[in-house]
Design a protein around this ligand. Structure first.
Ligand code: ZN
Length: 257
């Protein structure tokens, strides 16, 4: 009776992940229950460097575990093909406005990140534990400044007042324009060459005129950003690699002894 009561009170809740083991290495698989899903899906996401199983509303946890275990070798192979993470640590090479900069860390209690453009160095004065956070904050701020300037310019060309710009860490889109005209972008664009960031700003500003991807929309975008085609090609070829900076491989890979 007590056991039954306990079972009832601790109603089965989908855990947020499960682990599968392949050749002595444990891989974390995130679980997402999607009420509209018709079947189980398993995928490895390059941008977020993780593995996800989506479960239908009534899909059992045992089936998810079975699916993950049957594909353990595939998961391992796919994760090993994801470009290696480049964490924000001393000596790491990080692209900034399309050029390679090196992180030079100076152990200090307080300070911040300074940029030495001539030496292509990010001089970061902070404690070791804050280094990654400081670099993230610094790059986000730089992205915000650059995107605000680009948006202001493109808005000016079209006769609009400047729009508010929000910078996030998005994985599926580089920029977006809401129905109310709020623009948001991935901070990672600050790592790309300036013509790519400029193009994204132009693209989202052009959505203030056309909320679609019609020929008219592209005509406005290309007028604002003549390098649109080159920027699209750059994003296609290199965009996903921007997600490896500041990431760590350890998050989803736990080595078993
Ligand atoms: Zn668009």
């Amino acid at each position: 009776m007590l056991r039954l009561l306990r079972q009832l009170t601790t109603a089965p809740k989908t855990p947020d992940h499960l682990d599968v083991v392949h050749e002595g290495v444990s891989y974390r698989v995130l679980l997402k229950r999607v009420s509209g899903a018709k079947r189980f899906t398993l995928r490895v996401r390059n941008a977020t460097r993780d593995v996800v199983i989506t479960l239908p509303k009534r899909g059992s946890l045992a089936s998810a575990q079975d699916l993950a275990q049957r594909h353990a070798a595939w998961i391992a192979a796919r994760l090993n093909r994801v470009p290696r993470a480049v964490p924000f640590v001393d000596g790491a090479a990080i692209p900034f406005k399309g050029e390679d900069f090196t992180i030079a860390h100076i152990e200090r209690l307080r300070g911040g990140v300074e940029i030495c453009a001539s030496e292509k160095i990010f001089r970061a004065s902070c404690s070791q534990e804050h280094l990654s956070r400081r670099l993230h904050d610094f790059l986000k701020k730089e992205a915000q400044t650059a995107l605000e300037a680009a948006v202001r310019e493109h808005c000016g060309s079209l006769g609009f007042a400047p729009r508010r710009v929000t910078v996030r860490d998005t994985t599926s889109r580089w920029g977006s324009c809401s129905a109310s005209g709020a623009l948001s972008f991935s901070w990672r664009l600050i790592m790309a060459p300036p013509f790519v960031l400029d193009y994204l700003a132009a693209h989202e500003v052009a959505h203030l005129v056309h909320m679609n991807h019609s020929d008219e929309f592209w005509a406005v975008t290309k007028k604002l950003a003549p390098m649109t085609d080159r920027a699209e090609a750059w994003l296609h070829a290199h965009g996903s690699s921007l997600h490896r900076y500041g990431a760590t491989d350890e998050a989803n890979l736990i080595k078993l002894k």
